[in-house]
Design a protein around this ligand. Structure first.
Ligand SMILES: [Zn+2]
Length: 199
């Protein structure tokens, strides 16, 4: 697991809210410097923690229709139909429910004509019923992960214990390490320099 410190988490929280938030603004809010924010963001990009800076488009303003597709099929056909639906560009999300009544629920978006034609675009063998319900109003909670939650735990690079409170951060060989206390940091440093000396 990749280790993040409090500043990394704060920066991620700002960028989750607005990926175009300026480094100046973030630096100001985190009481740090612009180069620090930049280097942290670069590091998180390098580590793949930040995959991309994305945008949130309002589909309704672009004439894109959203609909819910309900497919009730014989149990044996569920995986084949799911597979076919997943291959369609309009299918954005797909859920296979355990309820025998509604086997496949899918959120589709795109051109209305194409959405309505889904029934002709998939193999309907063993499909009992297929319904397309167009979405009038959508409400989605943002999918951001609450970063302040317990999902991120720092562990001490020396003793492996969970770090309670502020971690001691130290760079070795340009890599960040975190420690629970300065004693662990000192011990690690000794071990590390010994290792280096051997090499
Ligand atoms: Zn420790």
């Amino acid at each position: 697991m990749i280790e993040l410190d409090n500043l990394d988490v704060k920066i991620l929280a700002y960028l989750q809210g607005n990926s175009r938030e300026s480094f100046q603004e973030i630096a100001k809010c985190c009481l740090t410097s612009v180069p620090t924010v930049k280097s942290r963001v670069d590091r998180m990009l390098e580590l793949g923690i930040i995959r991309k800076f994305t945008i949130d488009i309002d589909n309704s303003k672009l004439g894109i229709t959203e609909a819910i597709l309900l497919v009730n099929s014989k149990p044996g056909a569920v995986s084949r139909i799911s597979e076919e639906l997943r291959g369609l560009e309009e299918v954005k999300e797909l859920y296979v429910t355990s309820d025998s009544d509604t086997a496949i629920v899918s959120r589709v978006a795109g051109d209305m004509q194409r959405i309505l034609a889904i029934q002709e675009r998939i193999n309907l063998t063993d499909v009992n019923n297929i319904r397309i319900l167009s979405v009038k109003n959508a409400f989605r909670k943002d999918s951001n992960i609450p970063l302040a939650s317990s999902s991120i735990t720092l562990t001490c690079s020396y003793c492996d214990k969970k770090v309670a409170g502020e971690a001691v951060r130290k760079k070795f060989d340009d890599k960040d390490y975190f420690f629970c206390c300065t004693t662990c940091q000192g011990e690690f440093e000794k071990k590390y320099t010994k290792l280096l000396a051997k090499v």
